[in-house]
Design a protein around this ligand. Structure first.
Ligand code: FAD
Length: 300
């Protein structure tokens, strides 16, 4: 049933009019402009929720394209500082040339992190598909060596992740731990949902045990509970962990987490490349369309 649904999504995607994609994507993307992103962050902040701002963009095909992403992030950083927002930024390294020239990508991310650091703003490096996991981690370690206000993402579906957490936690790495969004081959990723959830718990437990700060990024109520169990086990207080969710997803759970007194951060994607981004994400993982259909009909 789900497989057929996935095939249908990929088949019909190219002929779905842009305005329908915009309608469907609306709750999940703040809008095309920086002002849209800032407005949504202010709304979240007024409810006691922190944010991470993500400028939507495609993987750079030419190194010259990276400068636009750098300029966009500079503008975001200036606004976060000027408006004193409770927000940090999330950055994808392929937008900064990771697949074209690793050294140039390092120089590009360094420019963003250097500016953010001078403004006292934290930068998280998002994790993309498994073809770039090793490069992303190595580049993060270089950046983190110089700038402590930086963190990375670990995906619970990857078989390698436990070894990565053990290695990275020696540096007291600041993590976002999530299940992982890309479709990966069985060789590199666990395919069984329960195993992914068990691994998620193991990774958070290991990271907490080694003294790391973890952003527990999930909308899965079972993993929210697993987080509670581990926060209790490691006797953590607010300030030593946070929960993270995507904009527009399960706002009821969002309220439950905030009312329970936990720090919560919402991921706020925005930017003029929202259409290409939505189409790419849907092709990469048609399950997202399934989630959206469920949300539209109020199903759980
Ligand atoms: C703050 C944040 C940052 C992330 N960063 C990354 C990253 O850098 N790299 C990466 O690979 N993955 C990232 N992800 C995505 C993550 O890996 C998962 O794919 C996603 O969160 C779904 O997993 P889940 O734990 O919510 O559980 P699931 O079991 O997949 O979802 C639980 C329920 O939440 C709802 N839901 C979940 N995701 C969506 C969605 N996108 N749209 C609508 N409804 C949804 C559905 O109702 C679903 O039934 C991030 C997730 C979050 C919350």
């Amino acid at each position: 049933m789900i497989n057929l649904f996935n095939k249908l999504v990929i088949f019909f995607l190219p002929i779905i009019p842009k305005f329908i994609v915009r309608m469907v994507a609306k709750p999940y993307v703040a809008g095309p402009t920086l002002e849209d992103g800032i407005r949504v962050v202010k709304e979240l902040n007024s409810k006691g929720i922190s944010a991470t701002m993500d400028v939507l963009g495609e993987s750079a095909r030419k190194l010259e394209e990276c400068q636009e992403a750098i300029d966009d992030y500079f503008k975001v950083l200036d606004r976060i500082a000027a408006d004193k927002l409770d927000a940090n930024i999330s950055v994808k390294l392929t937008q900064l040339g990771l697949t074209l020239d690793r050294e140039q990508c390092y120089q590009n991310i360094r420019k963003i992190v250097d500016k953010a650091d001078r403004l006292g703003i934290f930068v998280r490096i998002d994790m993309e598909d498994s073809a770039v996991t090793s490069e992303t981690i190595e580049l993060f370690l270089r950046i983190n060596d110089e700038f402590k206000r930086t963190g990375i993402v670990i995906q619970a579906y990857l078989r390698r992740s436990l070894a990565d957490v053990v290695r990275l936690s020696a540096h007291k790495t600041n993590y976002r731990i999530c299940k992982g969004i890309y479709i990966e081959p069985r060789k590199v990723a666990f395919k069984d949902k329960q195993t992914v959830n068990d691994n998620f718990g193991l990774l958070v437990d290991t990271a907490f045990g080694m003294g790391s700060y973890v952003g527990i990024a999930t909308h899965d109520e079972r993993l929210y509970w697993k987080g509670l169990e581990l926060i209790h086990k490691h006797k953590l207080t607010t300030g030593q962990y946070e929960y993270q969710m995507l904009l527009g997803v399960d706002e009821e759970l969002r309220d439950i987490i905030v009312q329970a007194g936990h720090k919560l951060r919402v991921y706020v994607p925005f930017g003029k490349n929202w259409y290409a981004y939505c189409v790419r994400r849907l092709k990469e993982n048609p399950m997202m369309a399934w989630y959206i259909v469920k949300a539209m009909f109020g199903l759980r």
